[in-house]
Design a protein around this ligand. Structure first.
Ligand code: TYM
Length: 332
C-alpha cells in the first residue's frame, strides 16, 4: 500500500480551523486508502522558547484532538516524534548534505527569525526544515498531506532525497506534497488575505476547535466581508466571502458552486449565520471527546507506545541503509 505521513506541532492548546481543514481532515480521509503515519513533532516545538510543562500537556492534548476528529489508531500509526530517535539520527546526515544558502532561503525561517530577532532565533529554527525532511524520508513516504504553507519545506525534502540517492545510491523515496488546493489555505476571519494562524496579532479571526462553540459561532458571524452584496466565489475581489464559502464547503462536503447557488437572492447575513451554525455543530462534541480521552492517560500512552514501536521499525530500516550507503562502519 502507498504510504502517507504528516505532523502537527503541539504549540497551542487547540488546533485551529486552518490546521483541521487544510491538513488533519485530509489525514482522516486518507487513513483507509493509505498506510498512514501521523505524529506530533515535539522536537520541532522546542525550536522556539517554550514551557516544558505546557509542551508535555499540549503533546498529549494534540494526540487527543487527532483521536477526537477521527484519526483511528487501528487504521493509522500515531506517535510522538521524540519517541523515534532514528529521525534525529537521519536528520544529521541530511543536515550535512544541505547547503547553507539553500537552508537560508526557507521563507518560514526568514519570517520567524525576523520576528524573533537574529540572536533570539535558535539554530534549531534554522535547521527545522531539515528535521522535517528526516521526519518524512525516514518512512519512505509517497504523499504528505499539508497546507500551502508547508510547500517549500516539501520541495526541500524532495531535493534532499534526490541528492542523497544520486550521490550515495538509492535509499530514499521521493515524496509528493498532497495539497488540496481548495482548502490548503484558510484565511483569518478579520483579515481574509492573511492565513489563519495562531500568531496573528488578534485572535478575533482565529477559530480554535476547542473554544466555546458559541464564541466561535460569534467570530464567524463577525467575519469581515465586503461592501458589495453579492455572494460569489472570487478570492481576489471577495476574499472574506470566499473564505466563508470555503469553510462551509469543507465542513459539509458540498461543492462551492452548489453552495453559491443556494444563496441566490439571499444576503451576507444568511451566509454568516448558516456557516456559524455548521461550524458550531461540528465543534460542539469535540471538547467533550478530548476530555474523555485525556481522562484515560494509560490508554493514550498505550496508543503512543504501540505507534512508536511500529514507526521505529520502519525508520530503523531506512537509517541502516543510509548509514551503510554513506560509509559508516557497521556497529557489529
Ligand atoms: P503546523 O503545526 O504549523 O500546522 C499543521 C498543519 O496545518 C496546516 N495549516 C493550514 N492549512 C490551511 N490553512 C491554514 N491557515 C493553515 N495553517 C496551518 C499546515 O500546513 C500543516 O499541514 N512543519 C509542520 C509540522 C511538521 C510536518 C512534518 C508536517 C513537522 N514535520 C513532516 C508534515 C510532515 C508545521 O509546523 O505544521
Amino acid at each position: 500500500r502507498r504510504r502517507v505521513l504528516s505532523g502537527i506541532q503541539p504549540t497551542s492548546d487547540s488546533f485551529h480551523l486552518g490546521n483541521y481543514l487544510g491538513a488533519v481532515k485530509q489525514w482522516v480521509d486518507l487513513q483507509d486508502e493509505f498506510d498512514a503515519y501521523y505524529f506530533i513533532p515535539d522536537m520541532h516545538a522546542i525550536t522556539a522558547p517554550h514551557d516544558p510543562k505546557e509542551l508535555r500537556a499540549r503533546t498529549r492534548r494534540s494526540v487527543a484532538q487527532l483521536l477526537a476528529v477521527g484519526v483511528d489508531p487501528e487504521r493509522a500509526t500515531i506517535y510522538v516524534q521524540s519517541h523515534v530517535p532514528e529521525i534525529s539520527q537521519l536528520s544529521w546526515v541530511l543536515t550535512c548534505i544541505t547547503g547553507f544558502g539553500e537552508a537560508s532561503r526557507m521563507t518560514q525561517f526568514k519570517d520567524k527569525s525576523a520576528k524573533a530577532g537574529q540572536d533570539a532565533a535558535s539554530v534549531g529554527l534554522f535547521t527545522y526544515p531539515i528535521l522535517m525532511a528526516a521526519d518524512i524520508l525516514a518512512f519512505q513516504v509517497d504523499e504528505v498531506p499539508v497546507g500551502e504553507d508547508q510547500r517549500q519545506h516539501l520541495e526541500l525534502t524532495r531535493d534532499l532525497a534526490q541528492r542523497f540517492n544520486k550521490r550515495f545510491g538509492k535509499a530514499l523515496t521521493v515524496p509528493k506534497a498532497h495539497i488540496v488546493k481548495e482548502f490548503a489555505k484558510i484565511y483569518d476571519l478579520q483579515n481574509p488575505t492573511a492565513k489563519m494562524s495562531k500568531s496573528a496579532e488578534s485572535d478575533a479571526g482565529l477559530i480554535n476547535l476547542l473554544d466555546d462553540p458559541k464564541r466561535s459561532a460569534k467570530k464567524i458571524r463577525s467575519a469581515v466581508t465586503d461592501n458589495d452584496r453579492v455572494i460569489a466565489f472570487d478570492r481576489e475581489n471577495k476574499p472574506g466571502v470566499s473564505n466563508l464559502l470555503t469553510i462551509q464547503a469543507a465542513l459539509t462536503g458540498r461543492a462551492i458552486d452548489d453552495i453559491v447557488s443556494s444563496y441566490d437572492g439571499k444576503g451576507y447575513g444568511d451566509l454568516k449565520v448558516e456557516t456559524a451554525e455548521i461550524l458550531s455543530d461540528f465543534v460542539a462534541p469535540l471538547r467533550g471527546r478530548v476530555d474523555e480521552i485525556l481522562a484515560d492517560p494509560a490508554q493514550l500512552d498505550a496508543i503512543l507506545a504501540d505507534g512508536s514501536a511500529r514507526a521505529r521499525e520502519i525508520a530503523a530500516g531506512t537509517l541502516a541503509d543510509v548509514y551503510d550507503k554513506i560509509g559508516f562502519v557497521p556497529r557489529g
